[in-house]
Design a protein around this ligand. Structure first.
Ligand code: AMP
Length: 368
């Protein structure tokens, strides 16, 4: 894996595979043009490595020139194709063979065809090292293709992501499974656990509920459980150091996770800062904090109902429940500002059918 700017790329084509494709193109063109002196026109910047290796593989008389066009900005073709350098001179009656690094939608190609159709060249052909047939929608057939590839964003061997990666000897592909890390936010009873169960399946995420981890430890009589119990029984927050350490350990138990749903954490500004620093040290980050909104009275009813079924003592006593709301209002609610400053705060109506609420959450997540 390599990282360029904010994106992670994984190995896709090795040097040998690329060279074999280059040599294949050179051999096919040689077959057609070895008896004349064609002009190869490399398309800058991306094709420079291809042109270099191509010429080493093409050992017959030829000339070389370059044009420069640009169409990519970031990861998608913008549709803006500018000509920066003009066509080579002395092309009257000559065979022109364009050397492109990659042909995708065909917009750049259309511009090239247009450019050269206005000249008095004898013949005009296109060779591309990589070709994405799935998204090509031009009319012009590509005359020589090194390798067909699916529609994925690639870098290396001359190709860039915002100007980085051109010097890589191999070709890398955008790693689409970039992590998604979510914080589910909301008062006790807002439905964080219920929704986390749905979202973890849908997005293949690891669900960490600090409340569940504490309850597990209490049940198993661990030292951590003993420590947390008195706080939990009263509906108070467990001290930050204890909770933060525990959370870190839970994350580290899952090095291969595709992302995490943090449920019930962070609950204080100190926890939020600790989480940011910890994730940062692992090259990870929170993508979104989503609050499930519901009124206190509805939550009290829900929690008392849940208390009857689960036996959770902190859910059976209205004064403990109200104390948890107070803890939330004082210590957790300020996190809204914390995440708003990072442009990561979203809120969702937490009243309705479970599936309706999941749908509202998905709408936020799918836009990330
Ligand atoms: P929950 O299951 O999220 O409602 O949490 C139940 C109880 O566990 C809370 O009332 C706290 O006592 C404790 N707890 C859970 N998460 C945290 C946290 N992030 N910080 C402090 N205490 C927590």
């Amino acid at each position: 894996m390599i990282k360029l700017h904010d994106k992670v790329f994984k190995p896709y084509l090795g040097e040998e595979q690329i060279l074999a494709a280059v040599e294949k193109v050179a051999a096919e063109i040689a077959e057609d043009y070895k008896d004349e002196t064609p002009i190869f026109v490399g398309v800058l910047n991306g094709a420079f490595m291809f042109v270099s290796d191509f010429l080493k593989a093409y050992q017959f008389p030829c000339q070389v020139s370059f044009v420069r066009l640009s169409s990519y900005q970031g990861l998608t073709s913008t549709g803006i194709v500018e000509t920066l350098l003009d066509v080579p001179e002395d092309i009257e009656g000559r065979s022109i063979i364009i050397l492109e690094d990659v042909i995708d939608t065909g917009r750049t190609l259309k511009k090239l065809v247009h450019l050269f159709s206005q000249t008095n060249a004898k013949e005009f052909k296109i060779a591309s090292l990589f070709y994405k047939p799935d998204i090509y929608n031009g009319e012009y057939t590509i005359d020589y293709v090194g390798m067909e590839i699916p529609d994925t964003f690639i870098v290396g061997y001359g190709l860039d992501y915002n100007e980085l990666g051109r010097n890589l000897r191999a070709v890398y592909q955008l790693n689409q499974t970039t992590m998604i890390n979510l914080v589910l936010f909301g008062k006790p009873g807002a439905g964080k656990g219920t929704q986390a169960d749905v979202l973890k399946e849908k997005y293949n995420l690891k669900h960490i509920s600090t409340g569940d981890v504490f309850r597990y430890n209490i049940k198993n009589g661990t030292e951590l459980g003993t420590l947390a119990k008195s706080y939990m029984d009263n509906g108070d927050l467990v001290p930050d150091e204890v909770t933060i350490d525990m959370l870190k350990q839970e994350v580290e138990k899952n090095p291969d996770a595709a992302g995490f749903i943090f449920d019930g954490f962070p609950r204080t500004t100190a926890q939020a800062e600790a989480l940011d620093n910890f994730l940062d040290s692992k090259d990870m980050q929170i993508n979104a904090t989503i609050a499930l909104e519901a009124e206190d009275d509805i939550l009290v009813t829900r929690l008392l109902e849940r208390g009857k079924q689960s036996g959770r003592t902190d859910d059976q006593d209205e004064s403990k429940i109200r104390n948890r709301f107070d803890e939330y209002n004082q210590k957790t609610a300020p996190l809204k500002d914390y995440y708003e400053k990072q442009d990561k705060f979203h809120s969702v109506n937490g009243i309705g059918e479970v599936s309706e609420i999941s749908e509202r959450l998905s709408q936020v997540i799918d836009k990330l």
